[in-house]
Design a protein around this ligand. Structure first.
Ligand code: B16
Ligand code: MG
Length: 214
């Protein structure tokens, strides 16, 4: 029986994924390279430090440890500029309604995001009170595809992994859910994500339908 929902943030609740892509591309270009939207799929759900490692590999740039730290700060500054004006109007289709309905039905809700900026984004969207637990990039040692972020979310809700559904838009995140023993809902392309069930957006399903499905 499903009792808890574990939500990824970027690409599931709000389309901050486009801002991460923009900021990383700007950084790749600064390093004398670039990367495609297809390659960007490999960055989704991946921590800041691991994303930068991949971009350095793709651009073939040589970067000292000190420069690495500076580049991480720089990328985050660009990202923060891009999300400055973010508000409830930027939530993905049906996401806010889906969260409120689940909350009203007594389903326990946690966030499982790789982003260290997640609490700030939830505040901007005005949905912090719906979350019993917020697990983000500040609370985990191992990034997705390691299941730590979702295992901690389930634990914080007092639930077994098998009682939880993970909502994810990234390959790494779906893998994390599977390894962690949770059911998975993919937001995006079925072939890419390989989750248990897929939708284009949360607005295309309901909490009741998913609880019945699993
Ligand atoms: P930050 P999610 C992830 O968030 C993003 O998908 C990924 O692109 C980003 O690099 C990562 O957060 C770290 O974010 O730089 O803000 O700490 O999809 O797990 O909610
Ligand atoms: Mg995501």
């Amino acid at each position: 029986m499903i009792k808890g929902f574990l939500f990824d943030l970027d690409g599931v609740i709000v389309d901050t994924a486009v801002f991460h892509f923009q900021a990383w591309r700007q950084l790749a270009q600064k390093l004398g390279g670039d990367f495609t939207e297809e390659q960007n799929e490999q960055l989704k759900g991946v921590s800041r430090v691991d994303s930068l490692k991949k971009i350095i590999e793709w651009t073939g740039a040589t970067v000292s440890d000190e420069e690495f730290q500076t580049l991480m700060v720089e990328k985050n500054e660009w990202y923060l500029e891009l999300v400055q004006g973010l508000g409830p109007q930027d939530a993905l289709p049906g996401a806010l309604n889906f969260l409120q309905t689940a909350y009203d039905q007594g389903i326990k809700i946690a966030l499982g995001s790789a982003s260290k900026n997640a609490p700030m984004i939830l505040e901007k969207l005005g949905i912090t009170p719906l979350f019993t637990a917020i697990i983000d990039g500040n609370n985990v040692v191992n990034g997705k595809p390691h299941p730590e972020v979702f295992l901690k979310g389930a634990e914080a809700l007092g639930l077994e992994p098998s009682e939880c559904v993970v909502f994810e838009d990234s390959i790494a995140g779906v893998q994390a859910a599977k390894t962690g023993g949770m059911s998975s809902v993919g937001i995006g392309d079925a072939e890419t994500l390989q989750a248990d069930i897929h939708f284009t957006a949360l607005g295309d399903t309901t909490p009741e339908a998913l609880v019945a499905h699993f």
